[in-house]
Design a protein around this ligand. Structure first.
Ligand SMILES: O=C(O)CCC(=O)C(=O)O
Ligand SMILES: [Fe+2]
Length: 361
């Protein structure tokens, strides 16, 4: 009898919990659906710039689109940027061949040695990527990198030369939009030996647990302007916009641009470096070549005075002045953290920076 009495009560209770569960599941499903729709919309809005149109009557519209992308996305994707498709196809083919021949086995051994294949909890101190770094400026290290065929070395030198020109062209477009004199950003990056310019060649192999180990953990880039040649079929790069991770759509022969922390400082926050990450896929290896056009080590970075003049008093000098290399030393340990504490830390040591000639006696 007791059982009989209790049973319906329990069942009601059970049903009640079940009902609450179902309602909250429906609610969270609805929220997730809304979010997905929102993400899709944002992805469709991802700024795509046809650089060819800069030479025509639509120049003003395109410049405005670039400005909007810099202010609101920190990212844009360029087509018809002037680098030949033939050159890009060859770079892609040889990079993929090099990965298969020289890097893939090494990556598999690293995964086995670190037992990354069967992880059960989130890995927060490693990335699921296979990389090497080519330095182009101030001096090239391409001849010192082992395992590269001469043809690949020469190809990468040629590609880097084209990207360097494109980076400088872009910096001038940014100057124009910001109302800074032509050449201002290039000069600001120059220091005594010219800019640092290098390419990180990456492959993100298939990962059995992409939710537990990122291809590359979320970060903002420390430097100036980044030009990315990414795989046109295997996706994975995402940027954070209004609290949502948005896919950067793969597109054949496009170059993706994003802005680093130094552009944020020089523009006093008008343009922002934006958090991004790479999610490895469960099938398919994603290739990417990220070329970083950064200030020289001894370049002194600070908000452009011409931009500060336009700011209300309270926003004036909200960013620090520092030597770029000091920022890089700080970044080395804090890359995967928010940028704001880095800016604050640089502010704290700012008084030591001298822009003029150093007194020696
Ligand atoms: O591989 C990519 O798409 C992005 C790489 C990146 O964000 C980086 O190396 O800083
Ligand atoms: Fe990055």
């Amino acid at each position: 009898m007791v059982h009989c009495l209790q049973f319906p009560i329990n069942q009601d209770h059970q049903l009640c919990i079940q009902h609450q569960k179902t309602t909250s599941q429906t609610h969270s499903k609805r929220v997730e659906k809304e979010r997905k729709k929102e993400r899709k919309k944002e992805m469709a809005n991802f700024p795509l710039i046809n650089m060819e149109k800069l030479n025509g009557e639509e120049r003003g519209v395109i410049m405005e689109k670039i400005n909007d992308a810099c202010e609101n996305w920190g990212f844009f994707e360029m087509v018809n940027h002037g680098i030949s498709h033939e050159l890009m196809d060859k770079v892609e083919r040889m990079t993929k061949e090099h990965y298969k021949k020289c890097m893939e086995q090494r990556f598999k051994e690293m995964v086995a040695a670190k037992a990354l294949e069967g992880v059960k909890a989130e890995v927060t101190d490693m990335d699921w990527e296979s990389t090497f770094f080519l330095r182009h400026l101030p001096s090239s290290n391409i001849s010192e990198i082992p395992d590269l065929e001469d043809e690949y070395r020469n190809l990468m030198k040629e590609f880097a030369g084209k990207l360097e020109n494109l980076a400088e062209e872009l910096l001038d477009l940014l100057c124009e939009n910001l109302g800074l004199e032509k050449g201002y950003l290039k000069k600001a990056f120059y220091g005594s030996k010219g800019p640092n310019f290098g390419t990180k060649v990456s492959n993100y192999p298939p990962c059995p647990t992409p939710e537990l180990i990122k291809g590359l953990r979320a970060h903002t880039d420390a430097g100036g302007i980044i030009l990315l040649f990414q795989d046109d079929t295997v996706s994975g790069l995402q940027l954070l916009k209004d609290g949502e991770w948005i896919d950067v759509p793969p597109m054949r022969h496009s170059i993706v641009i994003n802005l680093g922390d130094q552009i944020e400082v020089i523009t006093n926050g008008r343009y922002k470096s934006v958090m991004h990450r790479v999610i490895a896929q469960t099938d398919g290896t994603r290739m990417s070549l990220a070329s970083f056009y950064n200030p020289g080590n001894d370049a002194v970075i600070y908000p452009a005075p011409a931009l500060l003049e336009k700011e209300p008093i309270e926003k004036e000098q909200s960013y620090p002045k520092f030597v770029f290399d000091d920022y890089m030393k700080l970044y080395a340990g804090l890359k995967f953290q928010a940028k704001e504490p880095r800016f604050e830390a640089m502010k704290a040591v700012e008084t030591n920076v001298s822009v003029g000639p150093v007194a020696t006696a």
